[in-house]
Design a protein around this ligand. Structure first.
Ligand code: RAT
Ligand code: ZN
Length: 419
């Protein structure tokens, strides 16, 4: 019988960690991609990739004094992509993280990036169907399954759920509740019109009826968690409608149904409304809201990601105190190599292997390729360093132990937490 496979040299450690991190499939716990049932909601291909909203913000800097946001958004998609390609990839080297993304993707697909020609690349995508491209991207990214963002208030998405039917099992649902929590004033009359007995001031049966709405959508979507994105000013408890919806309906429902609640906190919505989806900013939130929720609702499981760099240390410390708190991902403006490196080290040092280090937030299918390959390179470096440290202290890890550790980070931690 073979004994444990101890890692004996630095060279072997580097090789084995690299191999394990590259070959272990990932569960991507937060994305904005969809299976093919959702038709055009699934974005893919080079024009989408190049017009990602992270790149719109960058091209608007380059075009300052030339194209206005209104003019940009009025252009057809291909013309938008051509402009971004020209300004951000041809007039300057594409070294920002958002620019580096498409470079990684196009190179991984074997396209001629040296030729610098978008039209040639367009031909590659024109020959594919969404179905086959999903398989290709999942294989290249080594992603096993993804969690979508599913909005019951989206007029394009809701009918697909209403129609029922089997989806692609690799795409799991997450019930996104910004409509209910953040936009209660607009949503309440709409739900009342659908037959939910709700009052704007939360009187009568409102909280029971919100829970009936949640139960209906849980039934339709079979979500793995509920989620909301909140402003940096979020406080809890509070005398405002979002805290009331959370307290009166979401938390009791989450506890009863054992359905985790994901809090994504720290956005400043539309600080430049002219940029639309690209116009949000970031602010430091008050960790006291998270601490209060975790302490007072210990039967609710909270998946938490915070948008500001300044919140990361206190989030990791809070997670040491509350096992019902699972930090996840390097979200949005934090999904940049230097910040991922810093945050992941901080989390490993404070939490060991008991967190979810990354999610892709992919809005365009192809992005799975770069978001995961860029992250894997950073994680490999960090793990090599951390294993080296314990090896120097006298603890020799085995290959099996390291495989187990990476599987935890890439999927098991999530599935055990939400089960
Ligand atoms: O990262 C993003 O693309 C953001 O625009 C948001 O979608 C954010 O991730 C969210 O889920 O609210
Ligand atoms: Zn997102």
């Amino acid at each position: 019988m073979d004994g444990p496979d101890y890692i004996l040299s630095t060279g072997e450690l580097q090789r084995v960690v690299g191999e394990i991190v590259t070959t272990t499939p990932v569960t991507d716990i937060h994305t904005h991609i969809y299976d093919t049932r959702f038709g055009d909601l699934l974005l893919w291909g080079v024009d989408e990739l190049v017009t990602y909203h992270y790149l719109i913000a960058e091209v608007m800097r380059a075009e300052f004094g030339r194209t206005t946001p209104e003019e940009y958004y009025a252009m057809p998609k291909q013309a938008q992509a051509d402009l971004i390609w020209q300004r951000l990839f041809l007039d300057n080297s594409p070294i920002s993280e958002a620019c580096r993304g498409p470079v990684t993707v196009l190179a991984a697909l074997g396209l001629d990036i040296a030729g610098r020609d978008l039209n040639t690349m367009r031909e590659y995508f024109a020959q594919r169907t969404a179905e086959e491209y999903i398989d290709e991207v999942f294989a290249l990214a080594n992603v096993k399954e993804v969690v979508m963002t599913n909005d019951p208030f989206d007029p394009l998405e809701a009918p697909v759920w209403e129609a029922g039917g089997e989806g692609d099992p690799r795409f799991k649902a997450a019930l996104r509740l910004d409509g209910l929590i953040v936009r209660w004033e607009q949503t309440q009359p709409a739900l009342a019109a659908q037959g939910y007995d709700m009052a704007a001031d939360f009187s009568g049966n409102t909280f029971e009826e919100i829970q009936r709405f949640l139960a209906d959508w849980k039934q339709k979507m079979n979500p793995v968690y509920m989620a909301v994105s909140l402003e940096e000013s979020f406080t809890f408890p509070a005398d405002d409608s979002q805290a009331k919806v959370i307290e009166g309906a979401i938390l009791p429902f989450a506890a009863r149904e054992k359905l985790p609640f994901a809090l994504m906190i720290g956005v400043k919505r539309l600080i430049n409304p002219r940029l639309k989806l690209a116009g949000d900013g970031v602010g430091k939130c008050d960790i006291k809201a998270v601490e209060y929720l975790c302490a007072n609702y210990q039967d609710v499981k909270f998946l938490v990601t915070l948008l500001s760099k300044e919140n990361q240390h206190e989030l990791a410390v809070a997670a040491r105190k509350f096992p019902n708190l699972m930090p996840f991902g390097c979200w949005w403006f934090l999904n940049d190599p230097s910040l991922i490196d810093e945050m992941t080290r901080l989390r490993v040092e404070l939490l060991g292997l008991s967190f979810i280090p990354q999610h892709s937030d992919a809005r365009i299918l192809d992005q799975l390729i770069y978001k995961w390959s860029h992250f894997r390179a950073i994680l490999t470096r960090i793990l090599i360093e951390k294993y080296s440290d314990i090896m120097r202290a006298g603890w020799i890890p085995t290959r099996e132990e390291m495989q187990r550790d990476v599987e935890g980070l890439f999927g098991r931690n999530f599935w055990e937490f939400v089960k």
